[in-house]
Design a protein around this ligand. Structure first.
Ligand code: ZN
Length: 140
């Protein structure tokens, strides 16, 4: 059995072409990866909000914390009434209970990653879980 699953999501600029269905919600500009990658410890989505677009609702989670990583663009994050400006390189972690939403600025699209993982389950930080493998790296 292979140790890797890969999926080509395409360019961030074309993410709006992706349509998703999550429960009763349907939309575009979001690609969930856990099924495509058969991941077992995290849900990851690639997201693109067009200029001026935002989620018209707040949501929270049962058990998942979320990590947001802005890849490009500018916008705002809202969590429990606190507004946080977003730009390329902004990263934030939201606890499951935080009531949250996100929007792109009026001037440009906002592209970001969202990583969900079960709150409180991280066993080791940084490279502590890694183990070096003997032998050379042989590229073809
Ligand atoms: Zn969420």
């Amino acid at each position: 059995m292979s140790n890797v699953v890969s999926y080509e999501a395409g360019r961030w600029s074309a993410l709006g072409d992706h349509v998703f269905q999550a429960g009763s919600r349907k939309g575009s500009g979001k690609v969930f990866l856990s099924e495509r990658l058969q991941s077992t410890g995290a849900e990851v989505s690639l997201n693109r909000l067009e200029a001026g677009q935002g989620y018209p609702f707040l949501h929270r989670h049962e058990t998942h914390e979320e990590i947001y990583i802005v890849v490009s663009g500018t916008g705002d994050f809202l969590v429990d009434g606190q507004q946080i400006p977003l730009r390329e390189g902004s990263t934030l972690r939201v606890a499951p209970n935080g009531a949250r939403s996100i929007r792109a600025s009026m001037g440009e699209p906002l592209c970001f990653l969202c990583i969900q993982a079960v709150d409180g389950t991280l066993k080791q930080r940084t490279v502590a879980d890694g183990r070096l493998v003997e032998g050379p790296v042989e590229w073809k």
